[in-house]
Design a protein around this ligand. Sequence first.
Ligand code: DLL
Length: 440
Amino acid sequence: MSIKKINDYIYSPEYETLSRSEMENLQSERLKKTVERVYNNCAPYRAKMDELKLKPSDIKSVADLSKLPFTVKHDLRSNYPFGFYSSPKSDIVEVHASSGTTGKLTVVGYTKNDLEVWGEIVARSMAMAGVTKESTVHVSYGYGLFTGGLGAHYGAQTIGASTVPASSGNTIRQLTLLRDFGATHLCCTPSYAIYLGTELKNAGLDIEDFSLQAGIFGAEPWTDNMRKEIEKLLHIKAFDIYGLSEICGPGVAMECRFQNGAHVQEDHFIPEIVDPETLEPLPYGSEGELVFTTITKTGQPLIRYRTRDLCTLNNEKCACGRTTVRMGRVKGRSDDMLIIRGVNVFPSQIESAIMNVKGVSPHYMIIVDRVNNLDIMEIQIELDGDVTLDKVGDVELIKKKVETEVNSYIGLSAKIKLCERGTIARSEGKAVRVIDKRKQ
Ligand code: DLL
């Protein structure tokens, strides 16, 4: 396998390599302006601050951040659709929304300034994966209300790369475009990257006929084992990009080639880690809930937005030369954690366990149910390679191995059901990995 060397470069060194005190001064100035903006233009923020008897003049620097109120998804939904705008509607040039399983959409409005911020942060991210003016960026994130497609698009356009807005769907056509247009960079969810890689093989195509160098994958939690699988299938270096629509979209943070956490674009978004129970800010290195305050957006700035994503922040020096704080991989969400027989379980842990076993694919589904008051968990996993269900001996062996791995990862036993290839429903967007029948 030949993974090409990635020559990353720092897109905006004037911001990405500031000293801590320079960064904090910049953040303080921008924070003060943002707080004034939301207090004067966004009724829900004025109400929240009035309740705390807080005036914009009380916020003098980043050190005062913890005085400010939190914002949660419910706040945005209960002011649906445009109640969180801090700019006149006539200044909003684009609207995105993220779907929820229940309730209303979470809407985000962008001004021209916000689209520029977005283009800039995705450009910085793509530079970390080696995208230049000479590159061809194939975007298989969905275009539409989801921020994946247009976000990647704006980043590639800001750099001046040749952009292929393939959007999602029609895998064979995606593969043909990737090969024929000579894409150097692929943007999609990690689960779709694996699907593309597998279908490429199944279709009898040869990866050596492709020009891919790197992939920019995100929008869902994934593991280093999945990274290895993608790199093996597509002969590329796989990068993790993080973001959420409420804060901007993809590009809020991105891994450099040293892949030791994702650099947060701190001159635009101030990150904090808080204890999800007490909401107290935690020091670097502690695991907790990630919270962001946007400090350059004008359409819909958000103050101390609780992402529900659980991770750590790290401010140690990075070998790439950037000085921005890095976030660790998202371990799960404070609201997607499963509690099975009293044990907290993250789907990403189960995935890690599965991926340690040869003969199974990364396509799986976790089904949780309660029978006779006892939680039970079944993990359905597709076989991989040459193994088929009629090879009884092999199948039994694989099943045992998965059972042992899962048990050692999460300390729980699970019923393992191995299935033929192609039988677990595929998603072109975010993979649906859990069916919790206890909630139905
Ligand atoms: O998923 C934005 C995005 C698009 C990010 C394309 C990266 C690439 P939402 O639909 O609002 O926005 O979902 C945001 O997805 O709070 C995380 O829980 C999860 N998420 C996003 N990126 C990652 C990642 C987009 N790299 C939610 N690792 C976030 C783990 C991620 N989880």
